[in-house]
Design a protein around this ligand. Sequence first.
Ligand code: G4P
Length: 527
Amino acid sequence: MSIVSEIRKRKTFAIISHPDAGKTTLTEKLLLFGGAIQTAGAVKSNKIKKTATSDFMEIEKQRGISVATSVMTFEYGGKLVNILDTPGHKDFAEDTYRTLTAVDSVILVIDCVKGVEEQTEKLMSVCRMRKTPVIVFINKVDRDGRDPFELLDELEEKLNIKVRPLSWPINSGRDFKGVYKIYDKSLNLFEANKTKISKDIVSIDDLNDPLLDELLGKDALKLREDIELIEGVYDPFDVQRYLDGDLAPVFFGSALNTFGVKELLEKFLEIAPYPLPRNSSTREVKPEEAKFSGFVFKIHANLDPKHRDRIAFLRVCSGQFERNKFFHHVRLNKDFKFSNPVTFMADDKNIVDEAYAGDVVGLYDTGNFKIGDTLTQGEDMIFKGIPSFSPEIFKELINLDPMKSKQLEKGIEQLTDEGVAQLFRQEPGNRKFIGTVGELQFEVIQYRLEHEYNAKCRFEARAFHKACWMTGDKEAIDEFSRYKQKNIVKDKDDNWVFLAETSWILNTAKEQNPKITFHDTSEFKVI
Ligand code: G4P
């Protein structure tokens, strides 16, 4: 098969949700359809259970699971689907944001009882920033959920995206009867069943078909009214607007009951984009190009502390990746070949000989990779768009053993290369501030510094509200930095960052310094 037809076969995406909405269940059901697993329960949830937030070994175990399910691949209807897993726990949100840079589209799962939740909003703001096409799956319709129209309004309001239902639930909870597929005028009747795939699909000619009354009784009238309202209120579904990230088609179903999942999968395969071009420091790179290129979006440390090797996850952006072939590591200006590149599936690891644009391969690494690194077939360019977002919690790293400063430096440098947390340095004094989105990372850092680098540290909370990257007039930045010395730090790429204590202070700084631009993410970087 030619490279182009290999690439056109691929659909690489992530399922995102607020914890507990049903991401793991839906993933598993998609894998069942794809024949990648045979039984329900084969994919373990990678979420860190709420009860385990202070149990480090539990976190380690969970980390193991999340390596195994990092990328799940299956074939369906002649297409090759790559699902990139994202951590469910909110403290690992930064990992999820980075994974979103490696996909071409997402499926967003919403719990029909809870609607849009905190984590949903954050994840969607990242998708909007990148104009990622989104399909929404409103899950758990077998429960007494909220009114579907109300849910759609909430999606539009809180997620700032237009929606268009493509399927519609007939009641919910105990009265749930099934889903009407608006796009092909057929009815999928519900039968609670956790393993089998619903086959009970009835096609009707139009909504006035008397068969509808026969099957649904008095609910037929309600369905007719709902559909009339939908057709009146929402624009017809436009695939291009979906691909542009402006419009999200919405499906209703129950992942647990494997209901509405097949429709979702088949529509996804029909409309979701195949691997998209990506911007680099010098040009746009098209997936069909003959020469290989890719970037590292995730690094996972080995679970065994005796082996310092790690797995770097590489998204192939163009051409063909080959095992045992030399590729160029642009940042280090060095060539590397990989004898054991792997893909993962449930509990299995497989060595891959070749991979194409859209695929993700795991590369064993002994410390040569950093998140955002680019590999090419010789070309000198770096992929853009692996942003850092402002952390939410800031703490100063205090060395508890001055004899082990070197180990501490090396450890914190490597852990932050892996993306465990963000490191900001302050001159004078070489003070180090660690920024994360959750408390768990501090535990992870402390534990790993001690066990892998033999360095001891503690953290002191610092009451910063937000990190903002600064660009603009050099003199203005210098003057502002002198005046705000205590709040000025540099990130690992030597960018100036302002750590503001409150949003009021940040707004005042913005007003008083028109020559400086304060950025919410490090995305502005020209790399
Ligand atoms: P997550 O990965 O998004 O965090 O969610 P996960 O799939 O683990 O699902 C969270 C809970 O919601 C699970 O129950 C799961 O069984 C349930 N669930 C998922 N889809 C549906 C659905 O369509 N209908 C109903 N009623 N429930 C659903 P749990 O009790 O937390 O876990 P478990 O003991 O069932 O594994």
